[in-house]
Design a binder for this molecule. Structure first.
Ligand SMILES: NC(=O)c1ccc[n+]([C@@H]2O[C@H](COP(=O)([O-])OP(=O)(O)OC[C@H]3O[C@@H](n4cnc5c(N)ncnc54)[C@H](O)[C@@H]3O)[C@@H](O)[C@H]2O)c1
Length: 325
């Protein structure tokens, strides 16, 4: 097997983006903002128009966050091709974002591998397929690693790097460095687990929110209010483990677990694990109308993305003042 070409991130000149739906278009925006040439392919007939509109809409936020100082995207750096084979020609990295379907992703990986040199890096956005599964059947599995972002990916700082059994450790180190070069916060997920790390955390809370709704603990609006006003402000500053440590005051984590450990254990013991059946889908659809206050999803997304820029700036400035040695 050829040695993987882990090019210094600042030397990367071109990336092939395969699949330019919401995540692919978001990555493309970020790569363009970093001055990297994007060679794109998506089988949707209007993919080019959609992706260009996405990049245009994403640009002011990327500028505001200092990722780029260009007033407008340079669309000369973005080319769309009519086949994967053309899109991947001579690129430094291939980045994959097709639908979350193991067979489809394996077929796309096969096509990618047949058109690149043996040492070219391949990264995937998969939200939950274990990389070892995706690597099966790869000609050079060592150059494959999952680099998983969070929606909207050009804004949310976290990116998970997940290696499979056959990923070269140098590729993992490269991916961590690449993510930092893009101005993001990488975490290395050391054990493959369904949902990686962050979706596992996220859906543990979603599951409890749904269970509370089903049990009738509170209204949908109040369940969301509990997250927004109770948990989110502190979680913007620190994770749930440090939050717990601080809840123990001077005694810290050990202090709180010594006196409240039994109660905490009873709170985290699962009571109801909701089944996603028709009845639940119906209930959640009604709940979503309540929490969205009957406003259009697109209006919420626009508002969220505009406000996220302020939140991220605040988060960065708070980080700069946090206690340190
Ligand atoms: N949506 C999220 O919040 C999110 C977050 C992180 C990661 N992801 C992951 O990113 C990937 C893409 O998700 P998405 O939300 O962008 O989906 P999406 O439906 O918005 O986009 C998928 C795109 O893939 C294209 N496509 C499908 N088959 C193709 C093929 N054979 N060749 C080329 N293009 C093809 C489709 O035309 C579509 O444009 C998934 O693996 C998902 O798990 C999603």
């Amino acid at each position: 097997m050829a040695k993987v070409n882990c090019k210094e991130p600042s030397q990367i000149q071109s990336i092939a983006v395969i699949g330019t739906g919401s995540v692919g278009a978001s990555w493309a925006s970020l790569f363009l903002a970093k001055g990297i040439k994007v060679q794109a392919y998506d089988r949707h007939p209007e993919a080019k128009e959609k992706a260009e509109a996405f990049v245009k809409a994403a640009w002011p936020a990327l500028r505001e966050l200092g990722v780029t100082n260009l007033a407008m995207p340079d669309f000369k750096l973005l080319s769309f091709f009519s086949t994967i084979k053309e899109a991947i020609k001579d690129v430094d990295v291939v980045q994959e974002n097709v639908y979350e379907d193991l067979d489809l992703k394996r077929a796309v990986l096969k096509e990618i591998e047949s058109g690149i040199s043996d040492g070219t890096l391949i990264i995937s956005s998969t939200g939950g397929i274990p990389p070892t599964e995706l690597q099966k059947g790869c000609v050079n599995p060592a150059r494959f690693v999952v680099v998983h972002p969070f929606n909207p990916s050009h804004l949310i700082p976290l990116v998970e790097v997940v290696d499979g059994n056959e990923t070269d450790p140098e590729v993992v180190a490269w991916a961590m460095k690449f993510v930092r070069y893009l101005g993001k916060e990488p975490v290395h997920v050391k054990l493959e687990t369904s949902g990686h790390l962050t979706n596992r955390l996220q859906f543990a809370l979603v599951k409890e929110a749904v269970a509370c709704l089903v049990e009738g603990v509170a209204s949908a609006a109040d369940i969301d209010r509990a997250v927004r006003y109770g948990l989110a402000p502190r979680w913007m500053l620190m994770g749930s483990l440090l939050t717990l440590h601080l809840a123990g005051g001077k005694g810290g984590m050990k202090g709180i677990l010594d006196h409240a450990g039994q109660a905490i254990e009873s709170w985290w013991t699962p009571r109801l694990v909701p089944k996603v059946d028709e009845q639940l889908i119906e209930k959640l659809a009604k709940a979503s109308a309540e929490v969205a206050d009957k406003q259009d999803v697109q209006d919420w997304i626009k508002w969220r993305d505009e406000q996220l820029v302020h939140v991220l700036k605040l988060q960065a400035s708070a980080k700069a003042t946090q206690p340190k040695q």
